[in-house]
Design a protein around this ligand. Structure first.
Ligand code: BDR
Ligand code: CA
Length: 328
């Protein structure tokens, strides 16, 4: 049976890859895309989501604009990482129209209240935090929340300890984690411990282009800037594609493993945005997070390629060869 999801995102290069994956998965019914300020300002995020939908031939999926600023702190975009258009300086043509009158949170509340709807959050948690403030009942009815954000043992990407999505809106993230505790539920934290292992290399991209030039060239167009950024910042030949792992994990639990723990997001100071994971149960508080620490890149790329390219996993015979030595 298809599971209904709202994808809350800030496209963004890896968000766009995640959207492509979600739209290619028969296990998922994407009810709508809600956009939050993050990598790109919200209007640019909306326009990028439409560009991806257009490429996928899925402009029937509605896109809703959400928060323009974080809950409390000033907004800091990540266009240095994602390019001046938020989509790797691909400068794809704008897709006019398809405007929605509902706000992101009204759409979320309306859809969630109809029942059996989950949220995959790929950006800062401002929209979800706002939903909790505006309509806690709807928030409480969300079937499951999977969030790309935070980290446990891995270092940060915005400070020594903080990952971008939670660093960009620490108050929003903290509020969502607190809300989960009060509801006695857990949020799945797909953090840097696992996403850092998902590296799209030039070899993998070349393979994708050989198998399906149309999709491969689109992916190349939007990731080129990201490859250059990773080379300059991290001395890495390839790019870490964080967000598609959250989508993949939502559909297939065997892609990541971890443990449940009480987790708190730091709201300020030198560790702003850090996820403090009580892995040894110091505080004796109920777990509000499922902290994912293991993942299997070959398994992930089998799913990613097969769904994006519409191929059988068995036919992707070069993947194990191309991934050898890339990650442990
Ligand atoms: C996260 O921040 C953004 O740059 C990416 O889209 C991803 O969601 C990684 O820290
Ligand atoms: Ca993102």
């Amino acid at each position: 049976m298809k599971r209904k999801v709202i994808i809350d995102c800030d496209p963004g290069i890896d968000d766009s890859l995640a959207l492509m994956l979600a739209l290619s998965m028969e296990e998922l019914e994407v009810a709508g895309i809600t956009v939050v300020c993050g990598n790109s300002p919200v209007d640019m995020g909306v326009s990028n989501a439409k560009k991806v939908l257009d490429f996928m031939g899925r402009l029937d999926v509605p896109v809703f604009a959400g928060a323009k600023t974080p809950l409390k702190r000033e907004y800091v975009n990540a266009l240095d990482t994602h390019g001046s258009d938020g989509l790797g300086e691909s400068f794809l043509p704008e897709i006019p129209g398809y405007e929605q009158t509902l706000t992101a949170t009204s759409f979320m509340a309306e859809t969630i209240k109809k029942g059996s709807c989950s949220v995959i959050a790929l950006g800062p948690l401002t929209n979800l935090a706002t939903l909790y403030q505006e309509d806690p009942q709807a928030f409480g009815q969300i079937e499951e929340i999977v969030s790309m954000g935070g980290s446990f043992r891995s270092h940060g990407n915005c400070s020594p300890v903080a990952e971008y999505n939670y660093w960009a809106d620490p108050d929003g993230a903290a509020l969502v984690y607190e809300a989960m505790e009060s509801l006695g539920k857990t949020i799945s934290m797909v953090g840097l411990d696992v996403t850092r292992k998902i590296v799209l290399t030039p070899d993998l991209l070349e393979y994708m282009k050989r198998l399906d030039p149309h999709t491969g060239e689109f992916v190349e167009k939007i990731t080129k800037f990201y490859f250059d950024f990773h080379w300059q910042q991290e001395h890495l030949i390839g790019c870490v594609i964080n967000d598609p792992l959250a989508v993949a994990y939502f559909a297939d639990r065997s892609l990541c493993g971890g443990f449940e723990a009480y987790t708190q997001v730091e709201r300020g100071g030198v560790s702003m945005g850090q996820t403090v994971v009580d892995s040894t149960n110091f505080y004796r508080r109920s777990p509000n997070a499922l902290v994912l620490t293991q993942t299997y890149p070959l398994k992930f790329f089998r799913l990613f390629f097969s769904r994006l390219l519409g191929m059988a996993e068995e036919d992707l015979d070069l993947l194990p060869v191309l991934l050898k030595g890339v990650v442990s």
